[in-house]
Write a protein of this length. Structure first.
Length: 293
């Protein structure tokens, strides 16, 4: 079986169910439709964003979402988090329809949104304190996750004393501290330099291994999507639906340079080019650049 066949698309189903460990279907997206409205002079322009989008996610699965720029990837995460409504369709978590934000679903953005007047440990403990947990207990839990993201020696530092990558690790620790079941990540490494992204890609895989959290991760970078995901969902251009899905059945930790991933990276880039309407075959330069559409 060739590498390309190994990663052949499964457009209707999630990753295969193992006989010894039936998956728990934690998230169901059903027929989401979303339209944005934009004022253009005296006219109101209607922009279709999502078109009856549906997919399922198993508990503990790491799903990456990629697609053409502006196709609605961030809008999809916002709807799942109930930060904005859909026009129609359903978001179902653990069998229950979602109509308001849930404590077990947390979003991490490209901008870290940390409090500059608080230290690392107080930022990480903040969500626990707002839920009524005492100072000593909340700081003890915060310390666990600060250690997980390898920032223990910076626990008493303020945000201006940290690099961009370190601040994003604080944001991840803060999200994990409140013990969500679903972690939504909207291009969390998009503003970081290449080397820092590599480090955080490695760390998020290790965090996923340790915590078994369900992760939906939006990215523009094909290599990042393929190297991180158990499954890669490729969206069409707006209005978005699923063009193709890929199961990445390779052991971790992975890096984008793993030659076993190259066939899939090549295939995803080719599908993206086809969707956007860019002529020409895939080439090695596309893969080297991650080909951000």
């Amino acid at each position: 079986m060739s590498g390309l066949q190994r990663f052949e698309s499964r457009s209707e189903q999630t990753r295969p169910q193992r006989p010894d460990e039936p998956p728990i279907r934690i998230l169901q997206i059903r027929n989401l439709i979303k339209t944005h409205f934009r004022s253009s002079g005296r006219r109101i322009e209607e922009i279709a964003v999502l078109d009856r989008l549906s997919f399922d996610v198993d508990e503990g699965e790491f799903v990456t979402i990629i697609g053409p720029s502006g196709c609605g990837k961030s809008t999809l995460l916002n709807i799942i988090a109930q930060m904005e409504p859909c026009d129609s369709g359903d978001v179902i978590v653990t069998g229950h329809g979602v109509t308001s934000p849930r404590a077990d679903t947390v979003m991490i953005f490209q901008e870290d949104a940390l409090f500059p007047w608080l230290t690392v440990k107080d930022n990480v403990a903040f969500g626990l304190r707002t839920r009524g947990m005492g100072k000593e207990e909340s700081l003890a839990i915060a310390a666990k996750y600060i250690d997980m993201v390898q920032l223990t020696q910076f626990s008493d530092s303020f945000m201006h004393q940290l690099s961009g990558g370190m601040r994003q690790r604080v944001a991840i620790a803060r999200a994990l501290a409140i013990n969500p079941r679903i972690l939504l990540m909207d291009e969390p490494f998009g503003a970081l330099d290449y080397r820092t992204r590599e480090i955080l890609q490695s760390q998020i895989q290790e965090i996923h291994r340790k915590t078994k959290k369900t992760i939906l991760f939006v990215t523009h970078d094909v290599r990042e999507a393929v190297s991180l995901g158990d499954r890669v969902i490729l969206l069409t251009k707006r209005p978005a639906n699923i063009k193709r899905q890929y199961v990445v059945d390779l052991p971790r930790p992975r890096t984008a340079e793993d030659p076993r991933l190259h066939d899939m990276i090549k295939n995803v880039i080719g599908q993206l080019k086809d969707e956007i309407g860019i002529p020409g075959e895939f080439n090695g330069n596309d893969e080297a650049a991650g080909w951000v559409p």
